[in-house]
Structures are given as C-alpha cells and as structure tokens.
Ligand binder design. Structure first.
Ligand SMILES: Nc1nc2c(c(=O)[nH]1)N[C@H]1C(S)=C(S)[C@@H](COP(=O)(O)O)O[C@H]1N2
Ligand SMILES: [Mo]
Length: 396
C-alpha cells in the first residue's frame, strides 16, 4: 500500500467513511486547514506574507472571470518596483537583431485578448498525504482572466530567430523576470537569481502565448507582473513569467532553478526515470461549494457548484459523487466552452435525511477522454495535483 493512502488513526467518523467510500479522503486538509489563516486584502487567504503568496477562497467562486483583486498571487521573490517609463524588454541570443523594447513599443504593436486560466502547479497541495514541501494551497491557487497583450511570436519575429535555430528542435525561449532573490534552504540557488522559465520554441511561437499588459481590461497590477507578464494558456502557472525583463533564445535545454529543481516531476519514458519540467495543465474539476467541513442541511436540495478545466482541451463532462466515489451522476455544464478557460458547473444534490459525514467528489473528463486519476501518483511530487479530491462535509 502506498504511503499516500495511509490514513491517520484515531478519527472515528473517518472509519465510517472508509467503509462506504471507494476513494481515500483528502485527509490532510482537515488537519492543515487553519482557521487561523489571516485574511488579506480582498478576502484573499495569506499563505505567506513575504514574499506575497495569497490564495483565492475558492468557496467564493461566482463567475467565469476572476476579478483582479481576487486573483491568487504566487511570487517567489519580492515584487520588483518597476515603472513603465524606464522598463525595457531585452530580446537576445539566437536572433538576427537584438532588441530593447519600451512599454510604448509594445503598446504600439497589434494586440490580442485571450481569456485564460492560470493554475499554480502546487494548487491543492494541502490535500497530499504525506505532506509535500511547499505552500499548502487548498483549491484557490487558480484564477481565470482576460489577458491583453502582444503575441510573443510577434516579438520573436521582430528580432528574427536565426535560421539554424528555427529548424533546431532543441531551441528554447527563456523568459526572465525582473524579480530576484536567493533560495537559502536546500536545494540552494546559485546565489541571487531571477525567476526564469523557458518554453520550447514551438510553444513560444503559438499565437495565444502573450506578453500581456492588461488583465481583465485594466492595467496589469504590480503583484501580477506590471508592466508586462507572459501568459501561456494551457500550461501551469510557473510558465507565466511576471515582470518580464529579458527573452533569450538558446539552442539547449534551459536548466534554471525553477525548471530543473522546482516545478519538476518524474517521467518514466523508456523505463528511464528522469526529472522533467512541469508543463501542461491536467484536467481537473474543483468543488467550490460545499467547502471542506461545511455543514449541509439534512434532507435539503443543495447546489454543488464549481469549475472544471482541461488545459488546451475542452471539458466534455463533469460528474459528481456524493458518496465518496462509489456512484457518479452528471453535473450540468454552465454557459459555453471558452478555449483556455475554465467551465463552471453545478449539480443538485438531494442531501440524505440522516445526519452524518459525507464526501463530495467531482471528476472532469475532456473531449479526448482524459480524466482525473483516482489516486495520487507520487512521481508528480508536489505538483500537478488533479487526482480525485473528496470534500468532507457534515450532514446535519
Ligand atoms: N517573475 C516571476 N514570475 C512568476 C512567478 C514568480 O515568482 N516570479 N511565479 C510563477 C508562478 S509559480 C505562478 S503560479 C504564477 C502566478 O501568477 P499570479 O501571481 O499572477 O497569480 O506566476 C508565475 N510567474
Ligand atoms: Mo505556481
């Protein structure tokens, strides 16, 4: 039996649930959920104060677009103080023409607006047992916004990638932020480093990958990367480099800290276990309501509500189980599918009249039949958490 399935002893009502449920409960949550979490500005939950790491209280989900002030913040270092006037974006490496663009240069280029979800690769980490290192996010290290900016492809085209690099499948585009710091715990960083990630050239030139300067129609807020951030629809959040300051085109894998130490998972192709960077979003349904440990009225009709996403794919269906994964019923998908965005869904639960614990689980499946795994794959370390997460509630 995997250590991930081990259940803490001494909690009797769980014994009841274990008998009834096909799925292990997300036990870590009840223990780690701290009612003591101070509420930050706009009701965001403070996971870390310095640097700023704030979570959207997912139970407050109420629309397809997350307002800027409610959007979660994941920052590894302090917010750099940047001004639009003095900010420059350098483009260098395997390009015919190195560039140094100003904010106005960027604003003058043809822009595009793309609605896209950003989910932190560590979202839902609090549900992992044994506990995984890193910020203990619940469901709310995710948001959906409309991003406006210039396609990265257009900037790369202006700099003109060298011919050899265009043909070379090893070509990568490194995106570097203006924020810097030193990671002092093991594994340590190479002294003071900036936040940086790379994209394979093929992904970097996709038309939806933006250098965004607007979020939901407003100027990009400082905490979300002012003046310019990258948005990589369909990938986990670490690719969406904030405070973008430099783009470097290289002909080898980039193995920076946040690409080879943080944000990596084990890949076992050809029987070779090797660490690979976290990239594409995994299909996932997240329950907003009921919240963990919510008291639900016995005998009532309860509207289970949440969001589901599938990265580059489209959510085909969401199913809900109210018996911990034994039986499933189809939820209703709301609105229309929007590429790169989440889809809201609801399900009417006829709450049993007998009081006691219950577990609500949601499961999304995309158009290609990809669905969520029942159990945690330890190869994913503390990232890409999309296995089924039963939400424990109390019927009263
Ligand atoms: N420069 C920089 N960009 C960054 C980060 C960072 O620490 N520095 N964090 C990344 C991670 S891990 C995530 S999940 C997203 C979060 O974006 P948000 O803070 O706008 O929600 O930004 C990404 N871009
Ligand atoms: Mo993240």
């Amino acid at each position: 039996m995997s250590a991930l399935r081990r259940e803490p002893a001494g909690i009797e009502r769980r014994a009841f649930l274990r008998g009834a449920a096909a799925l292990p409960l997300a036990l870590a949550v009840s223990e780690s959920l701290s009612a003591a979490d101070k509420s930050g500005p706009s009701g965001l939950i403070v996971r870390e104060k310095d640097p700023e790491n704030l979570e959207f209280p997912f139970a407050a989900l109420d629309g397809a677009l997350t307002p800027n002030e409610s959007f979660f913040i994941r920052s590894h270092f302090a917010v750099p103080k940047l001004e639009a006037k003095s900010w420059r974006l350098k483009v260098e490496g395997l390009v015919e023409r190195s560039l140094e663009l100003t904010y106005d240069d960027l604003l003058k280029m043809p822009s595009r607006t793309v609605p896209a979800l950003i989910e932190c690769a560590g979202n839902s980490r609090v549900f992992l047992t044994p506990k995984a290192k890193g910020l203990q996010w619940e469901m709310g290290a995710v948001g959906n916004a409309e991003w406006t900016g210039v396609p990265l492809a257009a900037v790369l085209a202006t700099a003109r990638i060298k011919e050899g690099a265009i043909e070379n499948r090893a070509t990568e585009v490194v995106l570097e932020g203006a924020d810097t710091g030193e990671i002092r715990e093991d594994p340590k960083s190479a002294g003071v480093i900036p936040f940086a990630r790379s994209l394979p050239f093929a992904r970097a030139r996709a038309p939806e990958v933006l250098l965004a300067y607007k979020m939901n129609g407003a100027e990009l807020p400082p905490s979300h990367g002012f003046p310019v951030r990258v948005v990589v629809p369909g990938w986990y959040g670490m690719a969406a480099v904030k405070w973008l300051s430099r783009i470097v085109v290289i002909d080898r894998p980039f193995l920076g800290y946040f690409q080879s130490i943080d944000y990596t998972v084990w890949d076992r192709r050809d029987g070779l276990a090797s660490l690979v960077p976290v990239t594409e979003l995994q299909v996932k349904a997240a329950v907003a309501r009921p919240a963990v440990r919510e008291a639900v009225k016995a005998g009532s009709a309860y509207r289970v509500f949440g969001a589901a996403w599938a990265g580059a794919g489209e959510v085909e269906r969401v199913e809900v189980s109210t018996d911990g994964g034994k039986t499933w019923a189809k939820a209703k998908l709301l609105g229309e599918p929007v590429r790169w965005s989440w889809r809201l869904w609801e399900y009417e639960w006829r709450v049993p009249s007998r009081p006691g614990p219950a577990a609500v689980v949601a499961r999304a499946t995309d158009k290609d039949g990809r669905t969520q795994p029942d159990r945690r794959d330890p190869d994913r370390r503390g990232y890409a958490i999309n296995h089924l997460l039963p939400i424990e509630v109390e019927v009263r």
